[in-house]
Design a binder for this molecule. Sequence first.
Ligand code: SIN
Ligand code: MN
Length: 223
Amino acid sequence: MSSLFGDDLLGRPEIELPAGAHHVPNWLSYEQQRWIVERFREWGRGPVPPRSASIRGHPMSVKTVCLGWHWRPYQYSRDAVDVNGNRVLDFPEWMVRLGRKALADATGEAEASQEYTPDTALVNYYDEAARMGMHQDKDEASDAPVVSLSIGDTCRFRFGNTTTRNKPYQDLELRSGDLFVFGGPSRLAYHGVTGVIPGSAPEECGLSHGRINITMRVTGLSG
Ligand code: SIN
Ligand code: MN
C-alpha cells in the first residue's frame, strides 16, 4: 500500500549537481510509468530482442533494446548487426514529445527544448545484480543533452565529472518515475550505476522486478 505520506511523497535531499545536470524526482506519473512498461514489453518482443552487449569481450550485466538506431559499443547502426541483423524499431513520435517536455521541465528552457529531437533510445533492463561502470556517453556525433527516465527498482546512480571516472562525483538515488538530464558542460560527464536495490519498486509502477532505464539521445547521424 502506498500510504498517504509514503516515502515517495516526502522530499528527497537536494544534491548539488554540476552545471548542465538536472534531477527531477517523481517526474513520470504512475499511469505514465505503467504505460511505458507496456511499451517496454512490446519492444522486447522484436524485431531485435534485448541483449547484453559485450565490451572488450565482457558481456554487460544490463540487457539493452534500442529504438531508432541500434547501439553497440562505440557505434550506432540502423540494423542490429551484432544481434540478428534486423532493423530496430523506429523512434516513436510520442518519445520525441516526451523528451522535449522532459528537457523543458528539467532545464526551465521551454523554447530551446522544442528544438530537441532525439533519434535513438537505449532501453536498459537491470536485474537485481546488474550495474554499469563509470563511462561517458560519447558515441553520438551531437552534443545535445541525454534525457534519462527510470522505472522500477531504485538504483544508486553516480554522476561525476568530464575528465576522470574518479572523484569528484555525486551519489544519488534514481527512483521509479525520476528524470535525469545531462547536457551542456555535463554532457560528457562520467556516470554509472553502482547497484540496484531489489524489491524497491513501487507496486503502482507496473514493473514488479528490476529496473528499466531509458536514455534518449541525438545521434547526429543521418541515413
Ligand atoms: C546509462 O548510463 O546509459 C544508463 C544510466 C542509468 O541506467 O541510469
Ligand atoms: Mn551512459
